[in-house]
Ligand binder design. Structure first.
Ligand code: GLN
Length: 189
């Protein structure tokens, strides 16, 4: 059995639990306290609003302990706002959050209101075409040497991986396709 946490402070938390519940040998845990990081094999940071999520992590004194856990090897997957939290650089912003992944992100890269869209695309990590849902999504404008590209849409990086860290601009939890969750659990956790 693998225990997968979903950071339960804000955003699309339930949607991740819903997809994880469909995977065999996986139990999902709502993570609200830093002590719970000891109980999990991997953590998903959901989409939502990165500024709010960052603020809540600071208010609850979770930012630094979570950062240290990820640096020590805890597998982590950030979707959308979660990706922004993981990034070492955020374009045009001075406040960064966990700063663990060697990527630069551009927030709301497809526009703030009308920037939501869906596309079907082959993703080699899951060995098939899957629906990719973007909601006021960031893109990755720069990557470090250790970062591997997992998916590109319209010529821009929208999924990447570095050691124990995975980041996607899109939201597999808003589809019925469990393959990206399966990939995270199987390959990283
Ligand atoms: N636009 C949001 C942000 O910048 C992210 C949107 C999302 O997570 N769906 O934090």
């Amino acid at each position: 059995m693998k225990y997968i946490g979903v950071l339960g402070l804000q955003g699309g938390v339930e949607e991740h639990h819903h997809l994880l519940a469909q995977l065999p040998e996986v139990k999902s845990i709502d993570v609200k306290y830093i002590s719970q990081l000891e109980e999990i094999d991997g953590l998903i940071i959901p989409g939502g609003e990165s500024t709010t999520l960052g603020r809540l992590l600071r208010v609850f004194n979770m930012l630094e302990p979570l950062k240290q856990k990820v640096l020590a090897g805890l597998p982590v997957w950030g979707t959308c706002a979660g990706m922004i939290l993981l990034a070492k650089e955020i374009e045009e912003e001075t406040t960064k959050h966990l700063e663990v992944m060697d990527i630069t992100v551009r927030r709301n890269a497809y526009g703030r209101q009308l920037g939501s869209f869906e596309t079907m695309q082959q993703v080699n990590a899951v060995e098939k075409a899957i629906p990719l849902v973007f909601i006021r999504a960031p893109l990755v404008s720069k990557i470090g040497e250790q970062v591997g590209i997992l998916a590109e849409v319209r010529g821009e990086i929208v999924a990447c991986k570095e050691k124990n860290m995975l980041a996607t601009s899109f939201h597999p939890e808003l589809t019925t396709d469990t393959s990206f969750h399966h990939y995270f659990v199987k390959d990283l956790c």
